[in-house]
Design a protein around this ligand. Structure first.
Ligand SMILES: Cc1cc2nc3c(=O)[nH]c(=O)nc-3n(C[C@H](O)[C@H](O)[C@H](O)COP(=O)(O)OP(=O)(O)OC[C@H]3O[C@@H](n4cnc5c(N)ncnc54)[C@H](O)[C@@H]3O)c2cc1C
Length: 298
């Protein structure tokens, strides 16, 4: 079967193409996932709809909420000044996606729509309460929580005529820090064996956890929040005992498999240690900010 190629010059044109082609079209952003999948026959498409020229989707914007356009590349995300103060875990994850070649062309929208269990951007976006904006010619715009959008490995709630246009972030409370940690055989150029994002908010005593979000990647069919671990930590005073208990809980809560990158038992063992490290890292940064006299702010 031959594949047609069309390149949209505007969002309206892209939506028109999707309305007429439906599931016969595959959206082509940076192509770092899609081109490999086509070559391996893991995906089929009568038409490749190229969207990289849609400049309006290539920016990080601050309006009511902080919005990341679907075509923002990992390289741009890693350096985005709008995100660095309060959403550093997202920048850190983007900086760890593959090597610089992949970061220069791979996009946020592609990372989410590809729905890999190991997609690096998903855990930090989940802890920041991300919502995705989807547009179609027939039904206009809708928004979904990222957690609802991702159904399973390589499955999302995107309809064939929809384009993911942006990712919206929640504001961040004072005395909050976030972090992203990735376990791989090398620190970069490597798909995660396990990954974890944490967003931690401490009370003014610098010890009581007032809010916490934990999300994991590559340790289940889909990256997701660890709600039982979050419940255990919320309201607790930080310390070795609670960190150990949370690590044990998280090791039980994940659903890892054995694969070429690592065994399920290794993933269970390592994820708890990563959580302990992430709690230490976030708490140390919240305390350091207070000591530097930054008070409440980040
Ligand atoms: C060498 C290499 C290393 C990699 N390392 C990592 C890594 O460490 N971590 C990681 O997370 N990923 C990694 N990846 C995977 C990939 O680079 C990322 O997932 C990237 O973000 C995909 O973005 P893209 O723009 O290239 O997507 P594409 O390949 O263009 O698209 C991916 C999928 O999303 C769909 N799509 C894209 N954009 C939209 C949109 N706006 N609306 C609707 N559907 C859309 C496409 O139709 C396709 O199904 C790696 C890939 C390579 C080749």
């Amino acid at each position: 079967m031959s594949t047609e190629f069309v390149s949209a010059g505007s969002l309206g044109e892209a939506l028109d193409w999707l309305a007429s082609l439906g599931s016969d079209a595959a959206v082509l952003a940076g192509g770092t996932d899609l081109m490999l999948q086509l070559r391996r026959d893991e995906q089929r498409a009568g038409t490749l709809l190229h969207i990289e020229r849609l400049r309006e989707l290539g920016e990080v914007r601050r309006s009511d909420a902080l919005a990341i356009g679907a075509l923002v590349t990992h390289r741009k995300l890693a350096r985005a000044p709008e995100l660095r103060p309060c959403h550093g875990a997202i920048c850190a994850a983007a900086a760890l996606v593959g090597g610089w070649q992949t970061q220069n062309v791979g996009t946020v929208g592609g990372n989410l729509c590809n729905a890999s269990p190991a997609a690096d951007l998903v855990p930090p976006l989940l802890v920041h309460g991300a919502r995705v904006g989807l547009e179609s010619r027939a039904r206009g715009r809708r928004e979904l929580a990222l957690a609802e959008f991702l159904l399973d490995r390589r499955r999302t709630r995107r309809e064939p005529d929809e384009l993911l246009t942006e990712v919206l972030l929640e504001p961040v409370a004072p005395r909050t820090a976030d972090t992203f940690m990735k376990v791989g055989r090398r620190s970069a150029m490597e798909v995660a064996i396990a990954s974890l994002a944490l967003r931690l908010t401490l009370a003014p005593d610098d010890a009581t956890i007032t809010a916490v979000r934990v999300a994991t990647g590559a340790v289940g069919p889909v990256a997701c929040r660890a709600v039982a671990t979050e419940a255990l930590l919320t309201g607790a005073r930080l310390g070795d005992a609670i960190a150990r208990a949370a690590a044990a809980q998280l090791s039980q809560e994940i659903r890892p498999i054995d694969d070429a990158r690592g065994s399920a038992s290794y993933r269970r063992a390592v994820i708890g240690r990563v959580l302990v490290q992430a709690l230490d890292d976030c708490a140390a940064r919240i305390r350091a900010r207070r000591q530097r006299g930054h008070g409440d702010d980040r």
